[in-house]
Design a protein around this ligand. Structure first.
Ligand SMILES: NC(=O)c1ccc[n+]([C@@H]2O[C@H](COP(=O)([O-])OP(=O)(O)OC[C@H]3O[C@@H](n4cnc5c(N)ncnc54)[C@H](O)[C@@H]3O)[C@@H](O)[C@H]2O)c1
Length: 251
């Protein structure tokens, strides 16, 4: 899978799945713009990407801030002159309950980052993707389909369910322009996010709902993202690939 001469924009690229995805694209020859709030983390990832001879642009930005989202696209186009692949990966996980005093605050934060920012960035990136007949990968979660014993994650789950529906709608709208839009829905992946999912559990405890009795590494999710972004998947759009070690087959 070669991504030579392709430009990839990845949000949440300083850690976890986003960082692994940036490195895999770099290995395959892509130029990359990585976005996040943690500049030191982004620079460390960029350094690793550049070791493969790729050109990596670090963009420190909060995707929940409209003005900063505009700058993300402007900087990417100014640096590389084109955009081929958008990976909407940044997200947050926040616990709340319906009767908690912070319920609406949590709703605003989670929806702004996990959904609104994706819609905004996608709308600004779309004209550039239309020019290159590019494609979009949205990182959702199996929690967008079922609760897997996590009622306190209601806002996260609904943000991902809405993201799934948005993704299919965009796939339909942009198909006329030759653009593919796909979803990757991970189950448990060994990242900071999984470590904060449940204070009462260790990361390895999340093996429990999986049929394969294992937790994915971020690189495994990146592999599926690269496949969907590649010409090998030229007939795939509006699809939702689960990398969940078989959690969903048990529900
Ligand atoms: N780790 C898992 O088990 C798991 C499971 C299912 C889905 N996911 C999804 O995978 C994606 C990546 O998560 P991860 O596990 O790598 O988590 P992570 O916490 O390691 O990474 C999330 C990234 O998003 C960035 N981010 C968060 N809010 C941001 C904002 N407002 N502006 C810019 N960047 C922001 C963070 O800085 C971080 O780099 C997310 O969409 C997440 O919902 C993860």
């Amino acid at each position: 899978m070669s991504f030579k001469n392709k430009v990839v924009l990845i949000t949440g690229g300083s850690a976890g799945i986003g960082a692994a995805t940036a490195k895999q694209f770099a290995k395959e020859g892509a130029s990359i713009a990585i976005v996040g709030r943690n500049e030191a983390g982004l620079k460390a990832v960029a350094q690793r990407c550049d070791q493969h001879g790729s050109k990596t642009l670090v963009i420190k930005a909060d995707v929940a801030d409209d003005a900063q989202v505009k700058i993300i696209v402007e900087k990417t186009i100014k640096e590389f002159g084109r955009l081929d692949i958008l990976v909407n990966n940044a997200a947050v996980l926040k616990n709340t309950t319906l009767t908690s005093p912070d319920v609406m605050e949590t709703y605003d934060e989670v929806i702004n980052i996990n959904l609104r920012a994706v819609i905004h960035l996608t709308s600004l990136a779309a004209p550039h993707l239309i020019k290159t007949k590019g494609n979009i990968i949205n990182i959702s979660s199996i929690l967008g389909k079922t609760y897997v014993q996590t009622p306190q994650l209601m806002m996260y789950c609904l943000s991902k369910a809405a993201l799934n529906h948005f993704s299919r709608g965009v796939a339909l709208e942009l198909a006329a322009s030759g653009i593919r839009v796909n979803i990757v829905s991970p189950g448990p992946v060994r990242t900071h996010m999984l470590a904060t999912l449940d204070n009462n559990k260790k990361v390895d405890d999340h093996v429990e709902p999986t049929a394969l009795r294992r937790i994915s590494e971020p690189e495994e999710v990146a592999d599926v993202i690269l496949f969907l972004a590649s010409d090998k998947a030229k007939g795939v759009t509006g699809s939702d690939y689960c990398v969940d070690n078989g959690v969903l087959i048990k529900f």
